[in-house]
Ligand binder design. Structure first.
Ligand code: SAM
Length: 279
């Protein structure tokens, strides 16, 4: 290593053997490691017998730290950025720092490795030619349903991160907004002892996960199949969801009229859809 540079180093998401030899070498050789949590990274460095000079870089101090790291690069130092698990910047801090370092004219090099959503997708058997990584959904159910409704018609595979506290509530909101039949897969505790990967239509998946509290523990990647091809009726999945909700309470004509007002979709087309559904 010679020229000053910031290395963005991926670390394990559970199984420590996933830290690559190159990552170990770079972490051992840099002058400074900028870590999301210095105690957490300290333990990782101890495991690999690496004597590291650590400073914290997290959401609350990233701007100040960026200036300090640029000063160090100007002095000719080599620096590594790591997060608690997986690839920095992926639902983790680092974006502000990496952008600032590049803008200051220094090289930034990735040292690739684990990333939970890539690992989950690679083993999911779900379409991977087009996908959209959505990170964490909002914590509150109303905002979460809104975010999911906005994605209901997306044809590509959708990928989310989820925590133990919210996995069941999020799956329930997916059922409410995307329909019970949508195929969903949960990848839990990847690379760890209790790794579980299970895919099913969402109503079955919810039943399975609610029946076993162990399946609600740990860290999750949730992968949702893209919306099915629809006959070109001009009716979005969201409009159809509203129509179904209203039709459960109101006569078909009234339900179609109200849905038309809310969604802007043609009233006749909505009414026809209700008739088709009835049979
Ligand atoms: N930067 C990380 C990456 O590259 O995947 C993600 C960090 S984000 C703060 C943490 C979330 O990633 C967890 O809540 C979970 O959704 C997902 N995650 C991390 N490790 C995981 C694992 N071993 N199995 C399943 N999901 C995991």
């Amino acid at each position: 290593m010679s020229a000053p540079r910031l290395y963005v180093v991926a670390t394990p998401i559970g199984n420590l053997a996933d830290l690559s030899p190159r990552a170990q070498q770079i972490l051992a050789e840099v002058d400074l490691i900028a870590a999301e949590d210095t105690r957490h990274t300290g333990r990782l460095m101890q495991h690999f017998n690496i004597k590291a000079n650590l400073i914290s870089v997290h959401d609350h101090n990233e701007r100040q730290r960026a200036q300090m790291i640029i000063d160090r690069l100007q002095q000719g130092q080599q620096i590594a950025l790591v997060s608690d698990a997986g690839t920095p910047l992926i639902s983790d801090p680092g974006f502000v720092l990496v952008r600032a370092v590049r803008e200051a004219g220094f090289e930034v090099s990735p040292v690739p490795g684990c990333c939970a959503f890539v690992a989950a997708l690679s083993a999911s058997g779900m379409p991977s030619d087009r996908f959209s990584f959505e990170g964490f959904l909002p914590a509150k159910s109303g905002a979460r349903q809104q975010a999911l409704s906005a994605l209901a018609d997306a044809a590509q595979t959708l990928i989310f991160y989820e925590s133990t506290h919210r996995i069941v509530d999020s799956l329930k909101d997916m059922q409410a907004t995307l329909g019970s039949d949508r195929f969903v897969l949960v990848a839990r505790e990847l690379t760890k002892t209790f790794e579980t990967i299970k895919g099913a239509p969402i109503n079955e998946l919810l039943e399975w996960i609610q029946a076993d509290s162990n399946q609600q523990r740990g860290e999750f990647v949730v992968i949702v199949q893209g919306a099915p091809e629809r006959a070109d009726t001009g009716i979005s999945a969201e409009a159809e969801r509203i129509l179904d909700l209203l039709a459960a309470e109101l006569p078909p004509k009234k339900a179609a009229a109200l849905t038309a007002e809310i969604s802007g979709v043609n009233k006749k087309a909505l009414y026809q859809l209700l008739l088709d559904k009835k049979g």
